[in-house]
Design a protein around this ligand. Structure first.
Ligand code: GLA
Length: 410
């Protein structure tokens, strides 16, 4: 009897600890490309055929992802954001792509993206209209889920403009059900908690994690360092709540990577890459892969930094120290390695020399850790948890170190 009870307890705790949708997707943070931050709602394909929201843009990005090493590094989803649809549904009530900008239709585009070994993502809105004013899905959830599945879509970002926020905890799960009912695994990205936060409603993250693979919880990223820092601030402020729900199948989404766009310096780009990595954030680039310069491409293709992001534990790193414009973020990986990000917000022209006792940076192992720098791939030395580590961090920059517990005791 006691044995049976024990078994029951184990079974129940297993069921309870399973996060995420029942679609087997996003076991590690999804990686890919998304149109919004860089290409917005540019629908002027007549005058700007290369930069407008039309099928060419997504085919171009799929090509670049395959041919320039992004696919090999793990970037997989090509995501269409807002402004792809026709302003009217078709006579059967289905969403349809704008015929001038997507003359071949979304199914053909999905076929193309699939033929390149990638996946296609699309965008809709829970309310009456998308944020850009295109048809919303309110009252059409089932038909829209079916349409996306028929087209061969692999990911859906469901925004929350023009909607009653109070209905989201019921409405978004209805879309989860509708997606599940299609039988096609579609990664589900929800903007629900972001709209709740904006309305001063505390999001129920357990419910969100059960129904969404990833979810936006804070303001849209813009092309600025200031915007990157604001998002990091929010994640630090909410880190206990957010880290608690970060797991295989369910991830917090601090929004797109803006590396290679107009504003971030090389140091700042490394900082965004390192921070999104340690946060276990989706790595969705929004940039022009056709013209990106080599130093930014190299940052986005940093396999070691990507590996920390893709750590099978799904855990989100946390800020463990903040002083004199330097922050220390850390995370222990599934294989007991210690990832540390030193982020500098300083602007005083020279690198800052910073010291920390390794224990305060999250070290728990009794073995000393062998550290390497994930941007220079050089050894940084061996440190036990009681040792003081000294690092120099560039202004508005970052150091990302990975420590592997050594065989010998510290
Ligand atoms: C909202 C979202 C953005 C983007 C736009 C599109 O602002 O948060 O990520 O999808 O809508 O209109």
């Amino acid at each position: 009897m006691v044995k049976m009870l024990q078994c029951l307890v184990v079974l129940v705790s297993l069921v309870v600890s399973v996060h995420g949708l029942d679609n087997g997707l996003a076991l590690t943070p999804p990686m890919g490309w998304m149109s919004w931050e860089r290409f917005r709602c540019n629908i002027d394909c007549k005058n700007q055929p290369n930069d407008c929201i039309g099928e060419k843009l997504f085919m171009d990005m799929a090509d670049r992802m395959v041919e320039d090493g992004f696919k090999d590094a793990g970037y997989e989803y090509v995501n269409i954001d807002d402004c792809w649809a026709s302003k009217e549904r078709d006579s059967a009530g289905k969403l349809q792509a704008d015929p001038d900008r997507f003359p071949s239709g979304i199914k053909k585009l999905a076929d193309y993206v699939h033929s390149r070994g990638l996946k296609l993502g699309i965008y809709n809105d829970f309310g009456t209209k998308t944020c850009g004013g295109y048809p919303g899905s309110l009252g059409h959830l089932e038909v829209d889920a079916k349409t996306f599945a028929e087209w061969g879509v692999d990911m859906l970002k469901m925004d929350g403009c023009y909607a009653d926020v109070k209905t989201m905890p019921q409405g978004y799960p209805n879309m989860t059900k509708a997606l599940n009912a299609t039988g096609r695994p579609i990664l589900f990205s929800c903007s629900w908690p972001d709209y709740e936060r904006a309305s001063k409603i505390q999001p129920d993250y357990k419910l969100i994690a059960k129904n969404c693979n990833i979810w936006r919880n804070y303001i849209d990223i813009q092309d600025s360092w200031d915007s990157v820092l604001k998002i990091i601030d929010y994640y630090a402020q909410e880190q206990d709540t957010l880290a608690a729900v970060s797991a295989p199948g369910s991830f917090n989404d601090p929004d797109m990577l803006i590396i290679g766009d107009f504003s971030l310096s090389v140091e700042q780009a490394k900082a965004q890459m390192a921070m999104w990595s340690i946060l276990a954030a989706p790595m969705l680039m929004s940039n022009d892969l056709r013209t990106i310069s080599p130093e930014f491409r190299e940052i986005l293709l940093n396999k070691e930094v990507i590996q920390i992001n893709q750590d099978p534990s799904g855990k989100m790193g946390k800020r463990v120290m903040q002083e004199t414009g330097i922050e220390v973020w850390s995370k222990t990986t599934a294989d007991s390695k210690l990832a540390i990000v030193f982020l500098s917000r300083r602007t005083d022209g020279i690198p800052t020399n910073y010291s920390i006792i390794l224990r305060d940076a999250g070290a728990t192992s009794n073995s000393a850790y062998e550290f390497i720098d994930l941007f220079t791939w050089k050894s940084v030395g061996k440190f036990g948890k009681r040792d003081t580590m000294k690092v120099a961090i560039n202004p508005n920059g970052v150091r990302m170190l990975l420590g592997t517990p050594a065989k010998t005791a510290a």
